[in-house]
Write a protein that binds this ligand. Structure first.
Ligand code: SAM
Ligand code: SF4
Length: 327
């Protein structure tokens, strides 16, 4: 039997404190990034499968009462969810210490202001390239100017932090990384590159397109910005500097696992909790909620089953595509 009291912390069976929840608001997206989904990008979740606005609120409230301090809205493209602003506003009212949003930026021109007013203070914006053609190729038809005008608008709205996220793709955008770094430096944006992770819907691409961080470091003669920590000591990236002074943070889930410090769980748009991005199973909290069960007990039991680490290096990869998890 597991017990909790208001304000108590969620701790998994390896002693890791779980205080970060990522909430996927939808699996829909207006882009079709090569690394995230197949060409068809079909939405398979039906209306009844998706959590309703008030269900997102109830589940977020339970997590808050169990000690979750930081949340991030993601997707799919979270800003495509009908009622996204209302959900975000209601969940922000629960008093989380940090609230972030991960977006492809294409809806920020119209929504950045209201998102900021709703209580979101940290934005991560995906930008796979600053070259129009490469951007169009990677996103399968996206228009770079939509993301750029979203970034510009977001910068006017006083977010505490705006980070640009780029998934590193060998032979596709690796020659553009310096240009993105310059773009970010000129605008005072933080820049993070992420090693490509495999998901079953793009497993072949994940092999051909994978470039380890070591190659990127060598290619651009990057130098550590601070002491490079092998154990990462609680953060999931290391910072480097280009010879010309631009800064880049590298997240390397394959080359340098940060599982030992993992503090997160995920809630999918169809009401499943994932206690690991690449394994650990999926747990149906929607079913528990709709049948009147105790969702806090359920959350505690899911957290207690969080695996020690992922095994993607051994081809133990996630069968859910990223857009159905919430990256
Ligand atoms: N649509 C939003 C966006 O693009 O930011 C939010 C959802 S997206 C799934 C969240 C993050 O996952 C993005 O930063 C994206 O770059 C990252 N991502 C998607 N597929 C990935 C993969 N195969 N490997 C590494 N990161 C990935
Ligand atoms: Fe859409 Fe984001 Fe996936 Fe690209 S990474 S297809 S923008 S959900």
């Amino acid at each position: 039997m597991l017990y909790y009291k208001r304000g108590s912390k969620l701790v998994d069976s390896y002693g890791r404190k779980i205080d970060y929840l990522r909430i996927s608001l939808t699996d829909k997206c207006n882009l079709r990034c090569l690394f995230c989904m197949g060409e068809d990008g079909v939405d398979t979740l039906s209306h009844s499968e998706i959590l309703r606005n008030e269900e997102f609120y109830e589940i977020a409230k339970a997590f808050r009462e169990l000690g979750i301090e930081k949340i991030r809205f993601t997707g799919g493209e979270p800003l495509l969810r009908k009622g996204a602003v209302e959900i975000i506003k209601s969940i922000c009212s629960l008093g989380f210490k940090r609230v972030g949003l991960t977006t492809n930026g294409t809806k920020l021109k119209e929504l950045a202001k209201i998102i900021r007013e709703s209580g979101v203070s940290e934005l991560n914006i995906s930008l796979p390239s600053v070259n129009e053609e490469i951007y169009r190729f990677i996103t399968r038809g996206g228009e770079l100017f939509e993301a750029l005008s979203g970034i510009e608008e977001a910068q006017k709205q006083g977010f505490k932090s705006i980070k640009i996220n780029t998934v590193l793709l060998k032979g596709i955008n690796d020659n553009d990384i310096k240009n993105i770094a310059v773009f970010c430096k000129e605008r005072g944006l933080k820049f993070r590159v992420i090693e490509l992770m495999p998901f079953s819907n793009q497993a072949d691409f994940a092999k051909s397109g994978f470039m380890p961080q070591s190659e990127l470091i060598e290619k651009y003669a990057l130098k550590p910005a601070d002491e490079v920590k092998e154990d990462l000591s609680g953060k999931n990236y290391n910072s480097y500097i280009f010879p010309t002074g631009e800064r880049i943070d590298i997240i390397a889930p394959l080359s340098r696992k940060f599982c030992g410090y993992c503090n997160r769980v995920r809630l999918t748009a169809d009401g499943k909790i994932l206690n690991c991005l690449h394994g650990g199973g999926q747990f149906d909290i929607k079913e528990v909620l709709r049948s009147g069960g105790d969702i806090k007990e359920f959350i505690l039991s899911v957290v207690s089953k969080k695996p020690l680490k992922h095994h993607i290096e051994n081809d133990m990869i996630q069968s859910r595509p990223m857009k159905k998890i919430g990256g």
